[in-house]
Design a protein around this ligand. Structure first.
Ligand code: PMT
Length: 223
């Protein structure tokens, strides 16, 4: 019987890795498990929000009463985001670990091992920046990113907040193995233009409840 104070709001959350095809049987991806984004979706749904979860390939189950859109590549994730936010959403949270690069041209057939060389060069091109695109089009009233960093965490996070045109960024030190990618716990610093807040290290499910609470109460002030 949780407070239903987010009733009537549409929250769109991305989670998991993206998977960029090299050929029909190989891909480029990363270690995101989806746990953080799925926990945020569950926490927002529990407060009454209408939640759309756009997820790369993960092995965890979808929270009850959350609308799931499974995608693979960054291009598909961006297209799904734009489709579900045709009507401006209230809150967007980019918890997905989007691959920064994709193949310039994925191969239609399985690549053959060349016998005449010990090296293989793949040509990659930049993926679209999903959250920066959504922010520039103002597809949600409040646009919140994560910043996964292994060094200079606060500086790099503040830089992403400004450069991507976000309302809030959640800095995540991913050099540690006890938090971040694939672990059950996380510790983050929440940064806006003029505030920072560091909740305690906690299970991702519990941290998500605190983050949703914070975002919900700052929604009208910050965004
Ligand atoms: O999934 P888990 O195992 O639970 O791990 C959680 C997490 C570590 C993946 C998560 O907490 C996290 O930090 N997610 C962001 C990962 C990331 O790729 O961050 P980034 O600093 O590269 O990107 C910054 C922001 O831009 C993110 O909101 C990202 O979703 C977004 N982005 C990045 C690149 C791109 N092409 N498009 C984007 O929208």
């Amino acid at each position: 019987n949780m407070l239903q104070d987010l009733a009537g709001q549409h929250w769109v959350i991305t989670a998991g890795p993206t998977m960029e095809a090299i050929d029909p049987v190989r891909y480029i991806s990363n270690h995101s498990s989806g746990k953080m984004g799925y926990a945020l979706a569950a926490a927002a749904q529990a407060r009454g929000a209408n939640v759309t979860l756009i997820s790369g390939p993960v092995k965890i189950s979808v929270p009850n009463d959350v609308h799931i859109i499974p995608v693979k590549s960054a291009d598909e994730m961006l297209a799904a985001c734009e489709t579900v936010m045709t009507l401006q959403a209230d809150v967007f949270i980019g918890a997905a670990a989007v691959a920064d690069f994709k193949m310039k041209a994925a191969c239609d057939q399985k690549m053959k091992k060349q016998t005449n060389s010990d090296e293989l060069t793949l040509t990659l091109v930049k993926n679209p920046d999903i959250i920066a695109t959504l922010a520039s089009k103002q597809l949600a009233r409040c646009i919140i990113g994560f910043a996964a960093e292994t060094q200079n965490v606060m500086d790099y996070a503040k830089d992403k907040l400004a450069r991507k045109g976000l309302d809030m960024i959640i800095a995540n030190d991913v050099s540690r193995t006890d938090i971040g990618f694939n672990s059950d716990e996380n510790q983050v610093t929440v940064i806006t233009k003029d505030t920072t807040w560091q909740p305690e290290k906690a299970a991702k499910a519990d941290l998500a409840v605190s983050l949703v609470d914070y975002i919900g109460s700052h929604y009208h002030k910050t965004c």
